[in-house]
Design a protein around this ligand. Structure first.
Ligand code: MN3
Length: 235
């Protein structure tokens, strides 16, 4: 036998021993905990966390980098993960958009309805929030500016009403500015993670008054935070 063929034989033997060990169960013993882990793991879809459209420090000093990072990477991510986990057994519901899920909650099984309401709401609300902070301080223009003047008197009056509405919320919730099915603009308080989408309306801009959105920087001073939000809203 040549050296080469001996080496080949050795390789073959080692290979087959290795292969037989794999088939004898060591690989299965290794994969089953991994499989268990996979079944407990949060599904990666159908909903995904949108990246922040700017660096988390972009709104310093108004919104600090720690709050922005926690708010997006932990709180918003949790709504997305919980929604995916809840919808995992429901392939029909996974095909629906946030608008479709929230706009027709009666189509969602009763035992997961509140969870879907809270987490689809949380995902939708925060996705809109990050976008509305993209142009800090930029005033509304064109048609929307005109509509705001008509509906609220002026942009200053709009700010006052947003502030009053946000400050009037007891506990956690949102002040939403949006458009109704009739095309009319509104400002209204919403509890928890409720969205205007629940009643078929379109959310445009919201102030998140959950403590997680301001407590690190403003502690209990919700008024300071709300004032900041209204000033840094961009259009
Ligand atoms: Mn929040």
């Amino acid at each position: 036998m040549t050296n080469l063929s001996r080496r080949s034989l050795l390789k073959l033997l080692l290979g087959s021993t290795f292969a037989s060990r794999i088939f004898a169960g060591s690989t299965f013993a290794q994969t089953s905990p991994a499989q268990n882990k996979a079944s407990n793991a949060v599904p990666s879809g159908p909903f995904t966390l949108p990246p922040l459209p700017y660096p988390p420090s972009a709104l310093e000093p108004f919104i600090d980098v720690e709050t922005m990072t926690l708010h997006h990477d932990k709180h918003h991510a949790a709504y997305v993960n919980n929604l995916n986990k809840t919808l995992a057994p429901y392939t029909d519901l996974q095909k629906k958009s946030l608008e479709e899920l929230l706009g027709n909650l009666d189509a969602v099984p009763a035992d997961i309805r509140t969870t879907v309401r809270n987490n689809a709401g949380g995902h939708s609300n925060h996705s809109i929030l990050w976008k509305t902070l993209s142009n800090p301080g930029k005033k509304p223009e064109g048609k929307l500016a005109k509509e705001i003047d008509e509906a609220f008197g002026s942009y200053e009056k709009w700010k006052e009403q947003m502030t009053k509405t946000a400050m009037g919320i007891f506990g956690s919730g949102w002040a939403w500015f949006g458009r109704g099915k009739d095309g009319k603009l509104f400002i209204e308080p919403f509890p928890n993670q409720d969205s205007p989408l629940l009643t078929g309306r379109t959310p445009i801009y919201g102030i998140d008054v959950w403590e997680h959105s301001y407590y690190l920087k403003h502690q209990n001073r919700r008024a300071d935070y709300v004032k900041t939000c209204v000033e840094i809203t961009g259009w």
